[in-house]
Design a protein around this ligand. Structure first.
Ligand code: MTE
Ligand code: MO
Length: 451
C-alpha cells in the first residue's frame, strides 16, 4: 500500500471508531443528581465570570487557559481536570480534556515563535549524523499516522493518597480522577525523525525540549532504547481529535508518548537533542519523580547534561515512566481529608453524591498502557462481580467504558472498581507512599447516598 493510501486507511479506521462510540443519553441520566450539581458548579467558571464582568476593559485580560474551560474543574491557577463524573464518550471532547500546565498557556500572541510560519524544531546532538531544523511545513510533509491513546497526568488520583490512604505528607494538586482523557492523535512517528537525522550507535537519550512556556525550563528526556521499542507509536503530534492542536495542548507541535505519564509529552516542543549521555531537567529530578522510602534515587553519569539550573543535588528519586492500570466510576469522590477543594467541585467538603433509590446503571472507565481485559466492581464489600465492557475496546494505550446494574436501596453505599489489564496486572488495594503523590492506581472507593 502506498504511504498516502495507508494514511487514508488509518484515518478511515479512526473516524469509524469515533462515530461508533457515543453512549446513549440514558446512560448518564441516572446520575442526574450529581450531573446537575456539576453543571451548577461549572457555571462559576470563566464563561460565567466573563458574562458578569462590569465593563469590558480596554485590553482583554490575559487568559491563563485559552480554551473555554467552563466544563473543567479548576484545581489551581494553570491546572484543570476533566469532569470525570460527566464523561460519557469514548473520545474525550477537547472541552473536557484536562490541562496540565506548569505556567500559563503560551499563545501565538505572547510567544510569536509558536506561529505556524515561525515555528522551528531543531534536531541535533552528538548522536545525530545530520542535524536538521524543521519548519511546520517540513514536518507536515513527513509521513504521519493516527493513534487513539489516553494521556494521563502522573498526579491523577492523587486524591486517593489523602482520602483512602490518609497520607497527609503527600503534596500536589487535588486531581480526583479526571486528569486523563482519550484523544485521536495525528503525529509524525519517531521512526521518521530517526531516519531523517540518522541515529548514531552511541545514542543513549533523547531530550524533548520546549523552552517556551514560563521560565523556559520544561522538557523531558527518554532513553533511546525505550523509543526504539516502539518508534512508530511515539511521535510529534500536530492534530488532536481531527483538529490542529489547541494552544493549551501544545500548538503547533507537541510530543506524544502513549502509555507514559503526560509529563513525557512535552508541549510547544522546539528542540530535540540526541546524545550519548543522560539529561537532567526539572521534570525528571525535583518534579514528576517517585520520592520515598520505597524508591531509590537515580545517580547521574560524569558526562550527563544538566539544564535550567538543575544540579545532581536535585535528583531525589526516580522518574515516573509507564502508567499503570486504573479505573473510575463517573461519580465524584467524597473529599474529607484532602488539603484543598477544587474551586468548582460538584460537592462540598464531606458531601456525598446522591442518587434516587431504585434500579440504576452505573458507568465508568478503565485504562492501562496494555489495554483492558476485565473490570470488576464490589458493592458494600459484598464480593467482586464482573462489569460489562462497552464496545469498542481499542486495546493498547486506550480506555474502555464499562457499566453494571445496581439496585440502590435507601442509605449510604460504597462502590469499588477494579480493573485488570491485558498483561494480567490488577489494581492494588493501596500503593506505597511517595512525596509527590505520583501514579496512585489503588482501587478507588466511591461513596454514594441513595435517597
Ligand atoms: N511545555 C510543556 N509541556 C508539558 C507540560 C508543561 O507544563 N509545559 N506539562 C506536562 C504534563 S505534567 C502533562 S500531564 C501533559 C498534559 O497535557 P495536556 O495539558 O495537553 O492534557 O503535558 C506535559 N507537557
Ligand atoms: Mo502531568
Amino acid at each position: 500500500m502506498s504511504e498516502k493510501r495507508l494514511i487514508d486507511e488509518q484515518d478511515r479506521v479512526a473516524r469509524d471508531a469515533l462515530g461508533a462510540n457515543r453512549l446513549g443519553r440514558r446512560d448518564f441520566l441516572n446520575v442526574a443528581a450529581w450531573t446537575a450539581a456539576g453543571v451548577a458548579g461549572a457555571a462559576t467558571g470563566s464563561a460565567a465570570l466573563a458574562q458578569n464582568a462590569p465593563a469590558a476593559p480596554a485590553t482583554p485580560p490575559k487568559r491563563i487557559i485559552v480554551k473555554d474551560d467552563s466544563q473543567l474543574i479548576n484545581i489551581g491557577a494553570t491546572v484543570r481536570t476533566g469532569p470525570w463524573h460527566r464523561f460519557d464518550s469514548l473520545v474525550t471532547p477537547i472541552e473536557q480534556f484536562y490541562v496540565r500546565n506548569h505556567y500559563p498557556t503560551p499563545t501565538i500572541d505572547s510567544h510569536p515563535q509558536l506561529r505556524a510560519e515561525n515555528w522551528r524544531l531543531r534536531i541535533h546532538g552528538d548522536s545525530v549524523e545530520r542535524p536538521v531544523t524543521l519548519s511546520y511545513e517540513d514536518l507536515l510533509r513527513l509521513p504521519s499516522r493516527t493513534i487513539f491513546a489516553t494521556m494521563e497526568c502522573h498526579g491523577n488520583a492523587r486524591t486517593l493518597f489523602w482520602e483512602q490512604q490518609k497520607m497527609k505528607d503527600v503534596a500536589g494538586g487535588n486531581w480526583g480522577m479526571g486528569a486523563v482523557g482519550l484523544a485521536e492523535w495525528r503525529y509524525v512517528p519517531m521512526s521518521e525523525i530517526f531516519d531523517l537525522v540518522g541515529l548514531r550507535s552511541n545514542a543513549l537519550e533523547v531530550l524533548f525540549w520546549s523552552g517556551v512556556d514560563g521560565a523556559g525550563d520544561i522538557g523531558r528526556p527518554m532513553p533511546v532504547r525505550d523509543i526504539l521499542e516502539r518508534p512508530n507509536d511515539i511521535g510529534l503530534a500536530f492534530r488532536m481529535n481531527g483538529q490542529d492542536l489547541g494552544p493549551d495542548h501544545g500548538f503547533p507541535v507537541r510530543v506524544m508518548v502513549p502509555g507514559w505519564g503526560g509529563a513525557a509529552s512535552t508541549k510547544w516542543v522546539t528542540e530535540i537533542k540526541i546524545s550519548p549521555n543522560r539529561f537532567w531537567v526539572r521534570l525528571n529530578t525535583r518534579g514528576e519523580v517517585y520520592i520515598g522510602p520505597d524508591y531509590a534515587a537515580e545517580t547521574p553519569g560524569p558526562n550527563d547534561e544538566f539544564r535550567s539550573g538543575i544540579t545532581a543535588k536535585d535528583i531525589r528519586g526516580t522518574p515516573v515512566r509507564w502508567m499503570n492500570v486504573k479505573s473510575t466510576l463517573t461519580v465524584p469522590l467524597v473529599l474529607r481529608d484532602s488539603p484543598s477543594l477544587p474551586a468548582n467541585y460538584p460537592l462540598q467538603k464531606g458531601q456525598l453524591p446522591t442518587v434516587t433509590v431504585g434500579q440504576r446503571t452505573m458507568t465508568g472507565y478503565a485504562w492501562a498502557p496494555q489495554g483492558i481485559r476485565r473490570v470488576e466492581y464490589q458493592i458494600n464489600g459484598g464480593g467482586w462481580t464482573q462489569a460489562r465492557i462497552v464496545e469498542p475496546n481499542l486495546g493498547r494505550y486506550t480506555w474502555v467504558r464499562f457499566e453494571f446494574p445496581w439496585l440502590a436501596a435507601r442509605g449510604v453505599h460504597t462502590i469499588e472498581t477494579r480493573a485488570t489489564d491485558r498483561a494480567g496486572n490488577t489494581q492494588p488495594a493501596a500503593v506505597p507512599f511517595n512525596e509527590l503523590g505520583m501514579a496512585n492506581n489503588a482501587i478507588p472507593r466511591f461513596e454514594i447516598q441513595a435517597v
